[in-house]
Design a protein around this ligand. Structure first.
Ligand code: AMP
Ligand code: MN
Ligand code: MN
Length: 324
């Protein structure tokens, strides 16, 4: 039988994980549902095999973001400064080593770094690289990797994996949803994943104050019709005025992208340091991955991000890029 996904390193990664007594696992900073779900699935799966597993990501302090309480990440989490040095290091959902933040050094220091990811521009920073750009999510890859290591996917692990798949596919609506994704989803449902409950947790549990923030952000949205570009922004004072936090603002981009008058959408989210995290989405064929990479960020062709100092100047640049 050929290795899964025809990856040269797949079998070696299975062997390395099976042989390891302890494994440090990390996902990317500002973890999303796929990063958290993959992290927790790996943590639970490796522990089921009797290994010492440590879960972290490279932000101090690391704290589970809003909306994912049901994954119980905080109970599993080791702060990055306390993460033990292990021979085997599992990096999840990171398109490049710098996405590991404070844990970036681990990717090069560890004897065996396993890079499990689905970002197209992944720079293969691991000793073993399981990079499949056609996979819906890192969770999809983690499911098969854990199974090949002999893990029984129980309901708790299936819940983590489901979270990764549904968040990265936008509930099975994006082009990364393949027949294989749906096969995997059906396996997860058969394992007892409470899909409606999880949808309620992930998308239906925002505080009322979020509606005020949504109103503000949609009210000030700008459409550059000639460029097919819609954008808006959230400043720190908006969070204060509405009593919301940035964690709760992850869904704003989905509201912006719902107009047919634009095929590219951006939301600028101001961080505590004053800079803006920019989320970009395209309905295709234009690549926002390219726009993000040109500005020091990254992502997929249709969903990408980067960090910017200023809204207006950045919009001028994006408009220019889109008009090319
Ligand atoms: P987001 O808009 O934060 O949901 O991110 C969309 C996609 O872009 C995800 O695949 C992220 O991993 C990626 N991404 C977001 N911000 C960055 C960044 N600063 N550097 C590299 N990739 C990013
Ligand atoms: Mn991610
Ligand atoms: Mn992902």
């Amino acid at each position: 039988m050929s290795a899964r996904y025809d990856l040269a390193d797949w079998d070696a990664a299975v062997s390395a994980l099976c042989a390891a007594d302890e494994v440090a696992i990390a996902c990317h900073v500002n973890p999303d549902g796929d990063a958290l779900g993959s992290l927790m699935a790996a943590y639970l799966g490796l522990r089921q095999l009797g290994k010492r597993a440590f879960a972290s990501w490279g932000t101090s302090p690391a704290k589970s973001p809003y909306g994912y309480d049901f994954l119980h990440v905080d109970e599993a989490l080791t702060q990055p400064a306390a993460l033990p040095r292990t021979d085997t290091f599992l990096a999840l959902d990171c398109g490049a080593a710098d996405r590991l933040g404070e844990l970036e050094g681990r990717a090069s220091d560890s004897r065996c770094t396993i890079n499990v990811d689905h970002h197209p521009g992944n720079d293969q920073f691991g000793n073993l690289n399981l990079v499949v750009p056609t996979a819906s999510s890192s969770a999809e890859l983690m499911m098969r990797l854990l199974q090949d290591c002999g893990v029984q996917i129980d309901r708790a692990i299936a819940t983590c994996l489901w979270t990764g798949v549904v968040t990265d596919t936008g509930r099975f609506q994006y082009s990364n949803t393949s027949p294989e994704t749906l096969r995997l989803a059906s396996e997860l449902l058969e394992l007892g994943v409470p899909a409606p409950d999880l949808a309620g947790e992930i998308w239906g549990s925002l505080p009322f104050a979020y509606l005020r923030l949504l109103g503000l952000v949609l009210g000030r949205a700008k459409l550059l019709a000639d460029a097919g570009f819609v954008y808006s922004w959230v400043r720190l004072e908006d969070l204060e005025a509405t009593g919301t936090s940035l964690d709760e603002a992850e869904g704003l981009i989905d509201a912006l992208r719902s107009t047919r008058d634009a095929d590219v959408a951006a939301i600028f989210k101001q961080q505590d340091d004053g800079k803006f995290r920019v989320s970009l989405r395209s309905k295709g064929p234009r690549s926002v991955g390219e726009i993000a990479r040109a500005r020091g960020g990254g992502g997929h062709e249709l969903a990408a991000g980067f960090t910017a100092d200023d809204v207006d100047a950045t919009v001028v640049g994006i408009r220019r890029d889109l008009s090319r």
